[in-house]
Design a protein around this ligand. Structure first.
Ligand code: G6P
Length: 615
């Protein structure tokens, strides 16, 4: 969480810092700040959004040639101006620090530095970094060395940018466990938490590795390895041309990123499946050069993920068991990492993550390795993410940047990828005769078009939104592979409309939640025309008989009678194997339109952040 930008150039860099912060707001948005070197260190901070900071910058006409900036998601210390970054140390050399991550030994370091006479002005762990660097600067002849020494004393995961009043001609940045890259421009050099923050300025990016420390000047830069506080030799990190376009991070004609991302799903899925859509057969090579060998030894799967990505894993379990005949366990990463599970060397561990940065997912993946799982695979939307770097096999969902905090297109592209994985594994296990493989490929080929036609039901869904917006609770029901889709629908509604929503496997209804059902509790049911439909219908009758109001998303050919208390929206087609993917769309639209009626901040729901890089 938290976004960092740094800039040093021959021009006023304040617009670059602000643009960068706006792009990084998905990482946190409870306060923001910047420091510019212009007649000393000029600091501006605000509680609230980057837009507030922008106003302050305009009022004060802040400008300068070098600076660092930050948008925050509070971990230590409430969201307030006092706790907003940058944090300063002013006792001797005046320095400013912005930080993303958590310093785990901050309490002990705080005491140590207080004993040395440093005075703390905030409740953050970050301020420890500022004072520690200032303290180490006493004994060093350069900021670079002082930062190297300091990071060897810090425990935790972080990315930092540091600037010093007496040397405004350089910025020092360091990375250990949180993302950070350099942007090389024609008129200056930049740093940021991700590429989207710099796209308007440059597409030449250098991705730093954990343990890297770098010095940026307006006309050159240098990256060094840093181990145990010892500054190593300069190293050469490759320069990548980012293929992101600034369109990908612009709203275009849409009102919200979530809306844009919902409607981008046909294209996002088509991009993700590009390599497959023209193929006659699906090959393991899609998951990496070692995939064929690893998959041939795979006896089961363990899927680890959080949030929406976890729901994608739950859907995949049904596919993997039914189509590939492989046992599959799906676990919330934050739970798995603190259990003592029994590992099996040939159970392939699959990490699913939009960002590839989620701290619990990363830790769970590493933990699985230490327990004895031999191989792992990442399904991820960010090519340079920590998850992609740490796995043996990988499949990139090509959804493009997802900015809305509530995940939409990442989920459907994850599902498409997981169906591909299932197909490959099924084929290698002789569970998929050629005609069945051809039918899966045909279904995948049709998926973008099917998504497009499913989006057409938006006006019908919108009609329901007013009624939902007046409720305080909602129940979501699904069976089989659609149960995780009900979970995802409930998650979407609570994330952005703040309506309490719970999902139940409909067979569980009479074991508890039925007690809650009355006319104040709308019940959303996912009713595909599959082998569980008759069972689901009985469950719906149980709701109806108790005065509950049902909102049913059915397939075109699902036989369900409408009445005063049973409202039905039918999807354009019966999607067979792809049904969970298509049934996701109306639930996303429902959450979006209810949030619009309620007037909540759709893209930046309260208290949440897009990439949860802390435990
Ligand atoms: C946060 C986001 C969710 C996301 C979850 C897992 O909670 O708000 O949208 O599903 O993290 O993120 P990941 O990047 O690992 O998929």
């Amino acid at each position: 969480m938290c976004g960092i930008v740094g800039a040093i150039a021959e021009k006023n860099i304040v617009p670059v810092l602000l643009d960068g912060l706006f792009s990084l707001e998905y990482r946190g948005y409870d306060s923001a700040g910047l420091v510019i070197t212009s007649n000393g260190l000029q600091r501006l901070r605000t509680a609230g959004r980057v837009a507030e900071l922008e106003k302050k910058v305009a009022e004060q006409k802040t400008n300068g040639f070098a600076g660092i900036a930050h948008t925050r998601w509070a971990t230590h210390g409430e969201p307030s101006e006092r706790n907003a970054h940058p944090h300063l140390s002013s006792r001797e050399s005046k320095i400013a620090v912005v930080h993303n991550g958590i310093i785990e030994n901050h309490e002990i370091m705080r005491k140590r530095l207080q004993n040395e006479g440093f005075q703390f002005d905030s409740d953050t762990d970050t301020e420890v970094i500022a004072h520690l660097i200032a303290f180490n600067l006493r004994k060093s002849d350069s900021l670079l060395k002082a930062v190297s020494q300091s990071i060897s004393e810090l425990q935790g995961a972080y990315a930092i940018a540091v600037i010093e009043e007496s040397h405004p001609e350089r910025i020092v940045v360091a990375r250990n466990g949180a993302p950070l890259l350099l942007g090389l421009g024609e008129d200056g050099n930049y740093a940021a938490s991700d590429a989207s923050a710099l796209l308007k300025t440059t597409r030449n990016m250098v991705y730093l590795e954990d343990g890297d420390i770098a010095e940026l000047y307006k006309d050159h830069y240098a990256v060094y390895e840093c181990k145990n506080g010892i500054l190593g030799p300069e190293i050469n990190r490759p320069v990548h041309q980012s293929d992101l376009t600034s369109d990908a991070i612009d709203l275009g004609p849409y009102d919200h990123f979530m809306q844009k991302e919902i409607f981008e799903q046909p294209g996002a899925v088509a991009n993700t499946l590009e390599m497959v859509l023209n193929a006659q057969a699906i090959s393991p090579g899609l998951f990496g050069s070692a995939a064929e060998k690893i998959f041939s030894q795979t006896k089961g799967l363990l899927i680890l993920a959080c949030g929406t990505s976890y729901h994608a894993g739950l859907v995949a379990r049904y596919w993997l068991e039914t189509i590939a005949g492989l046992p599959c366990t799906v676990e919330i990463a934050s739970e798995y990492r603190y259990r003592n599970p029994i590992a099996d060397a040939h159970t392939l561990v699959v990490g699913i993550s939009q960002s590839g940065e989620t701290a619990d997912t990363l830790a769970a993946m590493s933990y699985a390795k230490t327990l004895g799982h031999l191989h792992n695979l990442a399904i991820c939307n960010v090519a340079e993410s920590a998850l992609i770097r740490q796995t043996d096999l990988r499949f990139l969902t090509r959804a493009g940047p997802e900015i809305g905090v509530a995940s939409t297109k990442a989920f459907t592209t994850q599902l498409a990828s997981l169906l591909l994985l299932t197909t490959v594994l099924a084929k290698m296990r002789n569970k998929l005769p050629p005609e069945k493989e051809a039918s899966v490929i045909a279904a995948l080929r049709h998926l973008p078009a099917a998504l497009q036609s499913t989006l057409q039901i938006e006006p019908e869904v919108q009609e329901w939104s007013q009624r939902f917006s007046e409720k305080r609770h909602a129940l979501f029901l699904g069976r089989g592979v659609h149960y995780p889709i009900a979970m995802e629908g409930a998650l979407k509604l609570k994330e952005i409309s703040y309506i309490h929503a719970e999902a139940y496997a409909s067979g569980e209804l009479k074991h508890g939640p039925l007690a809650l059902v009355d006319k104040e509790m709308p019940v959303v049911a996912i009713a595909p025309n599959d082998q569980l439909l008759s069972k689901l219908k009985s469950n719906l009758q149980e709701v109806h008989a108790r005065g509950g109001e049902l909102y049913v998303f059915a397939d075109a050919d699902t036989q369900i009678e409408e009445s005063d208390q049973i409202h039905v929206i039918r999807l354009a087609e019966h999607a067979g194997i792809l049904s969970p993917i298509l049934h996701t769309i109306p639930l996303q639209l429902l959450a979006y339109h209810v949030a619009l009626v309620k007037g909540t901040d759709v893209d930046k729901p309260r208290n949440l952040a897009k990439a949860v890089t802390v435990e």
